[in-house]
Design a protein around this ligand. Sequence first.
Ligand code: FNR
Length: 186
Amino acid sequence: NTLYIAVIVGSFRRDSLNQKLADALIQLAPPELSFSQVKFDDLPPYNQDDDEHQAASVLRVKSQIQSAHGLLFVTPEYNRSIPGVLKNLIDHASRPYGQSVWAGKPAGVLGASVGVLGTALAQQHLRNILAYLNVPTMGQPEAFIHAKEGFWTEDGHIGTTSLGFVQGWMDQYVSWLRLHVQGKTP
Ligand code: FNR
């Protein structure tokens, strides 16, 4: 009973801290979780006029999300909110009206920042959006990652100082996911 998880990273940046966090986090998951990252840097800007003929890239991301049991959001904070590209993805996959692929997919939310608030405000905005889309989000533990010296090892794993915390987050996510997806097919 593999759980398929769609990973959504809110940064397209080559050396993204959030991509690095997502990659390291996935390494801490048990083998019964299978992750696939949603690639969405080719989505057009959302336009409601296109709802009846969504672009191939939009249909592709919708189908990838649809076929997942759960979601993992790892996002930067931009100007105290989520990046526009992430909102664009969320809007695309919520439409046309009545054909949202988000509803009921349990989600973990976390993010890394160079600032001490560690994406706290972006995560709160994201939770607000997801609540409307009927995506349950794990409430605790929260993970506001301040990406400072030593957070990662040289080879991109979580460093010793934070490993216990991040592993604890993953363990909790796995048991919380199981509660939400019991007996459900994506
Ligand atoms: C930022 N950054 C930022 N950081 C933060 O903690 N709160 C914020 O509101 C913002 N705002 C913001 C806006 C814009 C447009 C940019 C480009 C950056 C800094 C941000 O945390 C930093 O650039 C991270 O490295 C971005 O994440 P990735 O791309 O490394 O995953």
